[in-house]
Design a protein around this ligand. Structure first.
Ligand SMILES: Cc1cc2nc3c(=O)[nH]c(=O)nc-3n(C[C@H](O)[C@H](O)[C@H](O)COP(=O)(O)OP(=O)(O)OC[C@H]3O[C@@H](n4cnc5c(N)ncnc54)[C@H](O)[C@@H]3O)c2cc1C
Length: 320
């Protein structure tokens, strides 16, 4: 029996969350296979050997051009049966969640979701899942096969192995009921800057910025550092910044190399979305703010004085 990683893609590029899950799977299982479903995705499939896949299954068909789950469930159900797969791992996304849930219902498999880690214990797969509003971690297992796992975005980093893998076409036979849903339209949320997913540097702003205008400070520092701007739920709920930038339990999980938190208290629900960052720098005027318990570098002071100075210094460094 074998392990399969579902690799989602945006346009012609695989998403980082899927590649991260693939990197983790390769450490746990021998001969991990990957699968790509879509239309015009054969070239993309050919790149996945370099990320550790031993075999890449490709379902390339016009019936899979819209990002709808049920046709993908049809494809995966068949691959599981034909290729002896008993474990399927997904990087979380709206589509992957629907596909995993549909596959669990179709096959009777067990599905664990929102996992932040995976390990093998005496050959048994064990997942780690945050619970009680992310204040504790619990171990979860599977009672039935196939074992299906949805992993929180940002939990694992992709790793290039430099290998290559055979690309195997799999049949695309979509059931009548799987064609019942059609995509009526597709609109992208307005973005105020570079996306935080995959950003190497993030400057995040919280209520300490004082007003929506305060985000200008974060935008300028992010611009100087070549990074993206993120936010907390408190400011998103106040309408100061778009939801697409929210980090945390009800937002996105990010893992940049550098995370600069400006005027953010560091509540547990925010922490769970950014604690995987390489270096965390916090600027807060309250020396007892919880974020100082887990940052790497803490600056106690007024961000309105510190952030512009920091931006200026970064710019000087770049031009000097
Ligand atoms: C179920 C649930 C889910 C949640 N999900 C999320 C989530 O996904 N993401 C998230 O972020 N939150 C989430 N929250 C909310 C979370 O609990 C906090 O309320 C929120 O993170 C606080 O945001 P904040 O740090 O911007 O604001 P505050 O907690 O108000 O902190 C503002 C900080 O700014 C500092 N400050 C003020 N003025 C200055 C200044 N001039 N210079 C420097 N520092 C200054 C203050 O000392 C303070 O520490 C969730 C809560 C619940 C209950």
């Amino acid at each position: 029996m074998g392990a399969l990683v579902y690799v989602e893609h945006h346009g012609s590029a695989p998403v980082k969350a899927s590649l991260g899950v693939l990197a983790k799977a390769v450490k746990l299982f021998p001969d991990v296979a990957a699968i790509v479903c879509g239309s015009g995705v054969r070239e993309l499939a050919g790149t996945l050997g370099a990320y550790g896949a031993a075999t890449v299954y490709v379902a390339d068909d016009e019936a899979l051009s819209a990002p709808l789950p049920q046709p993908r469930v049809d494809v995966l159900e068949r691959v599981l049966a034909d290729h002896g797969v008993d474990t399927v791992l997904f990087g979380s996304s709206v589509l992957a969640t629907d596909v995993a849930a549909g596959l669990a219902a179709r096959t009777g498999g067990g599905l664990n979701w929102d996992l932040v880690d995976l390990r093998l214990e005496n050959g048994r797969l064990v997942g780690t899942r945050p619970a009680l509003q992310d204040s504790v971690y619990v171990d979860v297992g599977w009672k039935t096969a196939p074992r299906l796992a949805l992993v929180r975005s940002g939990s694992f980093e992709p790793a290039q192995t430099g290998g290559s893998a055979p690309v195997v076409d799999v049949p695309v036979e979509v059931s009548e009921f799987s064609r019942a849903a059609t995509l009526a339209g597709h609109e992208s949320a307005e973005s105020s800057g570079p996306a935080i997913e995959g950003a190497e540097v993030i400057v995040a702003g919280g209520r300490g910025l004082g007003s929506p205008d305060g985000f200008r400070l974060c935008e300028e520092l992010a611009g100087a550092l070549g990074g993206a701007v993120a936010s907390t739920r408190a400011v998103v709920d106040s309408g100061w910044y778009p939801y697409s930038t929210q980090v945390g339990q009800t937002g996105k999980t990010v893992a940049p190399k550098l995370y600069v938190a400006c005027g953010i208290s560091g509540a547990i629900q925010h922490k769970v979305g950014m604690q995987g960052s390489g270096t965390i720098v916090a600027i807060n005027k309250d020396r007892n703010a919880p974020i100082f318990d887990y940052c790497d570098l803490g600056i106690v002071g007024d961000l309105h004085a510190i952030v512009p100075r920091l931006t200026e210094l970064v710019r000087q460094r770049k031009t000097g």
